[in-house]
Ligand binder design. Structure first.
Ligand code: 13P
Ligand code: SF4
Length: 317
C-alpha cells in the first residue's frame, strides 16, 4: 500500500540523516521487520549493535535488548521507540532476590539470560541467550555450582542437555511462552503427523516436545528446540511441507520469508507479546523524528555488567 511505502521511505531517510542503524527482533510487527537494516534473535542483534559503525542504534524490540546494546556500545545513542516495552521474564527476578540466592550458594557462577535488567546483569558472571545457553554453561568448570536465571524452561533444557546436577534454576517464566503448553503441542502434533516442530526453549511445552521425540510419537529428527534465529536457519535447510511453530507469533513473518514453500502454523495463535507489539510504525517514526526514547544505563551498572555481556557475544554461534 502507498501509505506504508511512504512511511518506509521516511523512516529510511530519517535513519540515514541520523546515521542510525535500525535493528528489529524477530517478534516485531512485519512492517517494522521489513524496514529494519537487520532482523534477528537476541544474540545476533547484540553482536550487530557491538560491531556497528553507526553513531545511533534504533532498537525495535523490548527494553532489556536496547539496554544490552547500550551496555555494549556506551558511546552510541541508543533509541527505543517506546521505553515502556518491558518483558515479563525480565521482571521475574529482582536484584534483592538474586543477592539472597547468591548468598545461599557462595562461589557459584551466575548465568543470566539476556532477558534481564541492567541491574541484574551487573550482578552476573556470564550472560547467555537462547542460542548459546548450552555453550555458556558448558564453558563453566564442572566442579563449580551454577545459578541460572530467570527462565525455568530454558534452564531445565540446559540442565537436561548437559546432565549438570550442580546447576540451580530460578523459577521465572515468560507469560507468552509459558502459555504454549504441552497439551496443545501434543494435540497439534497428532493432527499434523508429517509436520516438523520448531520449539523455543522458553516454552512451557519444551519438555513435552522432547518427550514426543523420545517416545517415538514424532520422529526425533523432526523435533527441534531452537532460538528464533535458529528457527530461520532451520527453515532454510528444511525439506518439510509443514512446520508447527511454538513461539511468539511475530516469528512467522521471517520464517515465511525464509522458506515460502513451507506452511508454518503457530502452535498457539494467541501467543503474542504485547510488549513487542508496543513498537508501532508511528512510534518508530516518532523515535527518528524526535530522538526518543533515549536509553540510559547507569555507567557504574553498565561497567559491572559489560564483561558478562561481552562473554555472551563471544561464546557460541
Ligand atoms: P531469542 O530471539 O534470542 O530466541 O529470544 C526470544 C525472546 O523471547 C526474546 O524476548
Ligand atoms: Fe519477554 Fe516473553 Fe515478550 Fe520475549 S516474548 S519479550 S520473553 S515477555
Amino acid at each position: 500500500p502507498e501509505g506504508l511505502q511512504a512511511w518506509a521511505e521516511e523512516v529510511r531517510d530519517l535513519a540515514r540523516r541520523r546515521d542510525a542503524v535500525l535493528l528489529a527482533h524477530n517478534y516485531q510487527l512485519p512492517e517494522i521487520q521489513d524496514v529494519a537494516d537487520h532482523t534477528g534473535d537476541s544474540l545476533a542483534l547484540s553482536r550487530i549493535a557491538a560491531a556497528s559503525s553507526a553513531s545511533t542504534i534504533v532498537f525495535c524490540g523490548v527494553h532489556f535488548m536496547a539496554e544490552t546494546a547500550k551496555i555494549l556500545a556506551p558511546d552510541k545513542t541508543v533509541l527505543i521507540p517506546d521505553a515502556a516495552a518491558g518483558c515479563s521474564l525480565a521482571d521475574s527476578i529482582t536484584v534483592d532476590q538474586l543477592r539472597a540466592w547468591k548468598a545461599e550458594h557462595p562461589g557459584a557462577v551466575v548465568v543470566s539470560y539476556v532477558n534481564t535488567t541492567a541491574a541484574i546483569k551487573a550482578e552476573t558472571d556470564i550472560c547467555c541467550t537462547s542460542s548459546n545457553a548450552i555453550d555458556v554453561v558448558a564453558s563453566i568448570p564442572a566442579d563449580r555450582e551454577v545459578l541460572f536465571l530467570p527462565d525455568q524452561f530454558l534452564g531445565a533444557h540446559v540442565r537436561r542437555t548437559l546432565k549438570r546436577e550442580n546447576m540451580h534454576v530460578w523459577a521465572g517464566e515468560c507469560h507468552v511462552h509459558a502459555g504454549i503448553n504441552g497439551a496443545t503441542l501434543t494435540q497439534q502434533a497428532k493432527e499434523h503427523p508429517d509436520a516438523e516442530l520448531f520449539v523455543h526453549p522458553e516454552c512451557g511445552c519444551a519438555t513435552s516436545a522432547l518427550y514426543l521425540a523420545g517416545s517415538g510419537a514424532v520422529p526425533e529428527d523432526r523435533v527441534k528446540i531452537l532460538s528464533t534465529g535458529g528457527m530461520v536457519d532451520a527453515a532454510r535447510a528444511s525439506k518439510a511441507k509443514q512446520v508447527l511453530v511454538a513461539t511468539e507469533v511475530g516469528m512467522l513473518h521471517q520464517l515465511r520469508r525464509a522458506a515460502p514453500e513451507i506452511e508454518f502454523r503457530a502452535v498457539n495463535e494467541r501467543a503474542s507479546c504485547r510488549y513487542m507489539k508496543m513498537i508501532t510504525p508511528e512510534k518508530l517514526l516518532r523515535a527518528l523524528r524526535e530522538g526518543r526514547d533515549e536509553v540510559h544505563v547507569d555507567p557504574e551498572l553498565a561497567a559491572r555488567g559489560r564483561a558478562a555481556v561481552q562473554r555472551m557475544i563471544e561464546i557460541g554461534q
